[in-house]
Write a protein of this length. Sequence first.
Length: 208
Amino acid sequence: MGTGSAYERELLHVLAGSSDGVDAVTRSCSPEERVRMRSILEAPFLVVRAPGSGTEGTGDLLVLRGDAAFPIEVKCSKDPKLYLSGRTLDQHDALVATGERTGLMPLYAYRLKGTRGDSWRIFRVETSHVSGHMERLVAHVPLLPLTSRGRPHLDWDQGLPLNRFVHLLSTFATRKPSLGVPSALPLAGAEPGTTMDVVASLMRARTI
């Protein structure tokens, strides 16, 4: 139960558009799932791994492209359902706070161990508003379901398959050559209020 650095790397390689990474996660997928997953190769992200536990509201991965940015908390389990309590509930609450403060759409990526096909499911954290291109994704990405007591949890069967999420991202992609090389993004001097300013603040928070 919980996260695993190997699974974080697995998801990182997919979202970063690594052909080998995509091939590795689609070996047992259907032809349709493979086609959708490989669409990320045409519109990859810059993906940054977050050190530490992720309780600062930045998640385990920070995914960037153009004016879109997603903090992603990565979880994995052999059980379809994963309940949040203690530290994991604190992580969720910190992601909510980040979403409210920045207008980003924090996500959970949940990998079910030992399953064939697309083993990843995507959920979004409920916040009052989402800004920018991410707003178009709200209707497509399911919220974390609630228990009978109203507490958010992960239910793999209710999530959005990663291949469909990737295809949505690629469909909504706006490629802007003027942005330049991703590694040269001016995080330190980003204009206040922009997505890059938000990203810069998240990056600083992780080092404190």
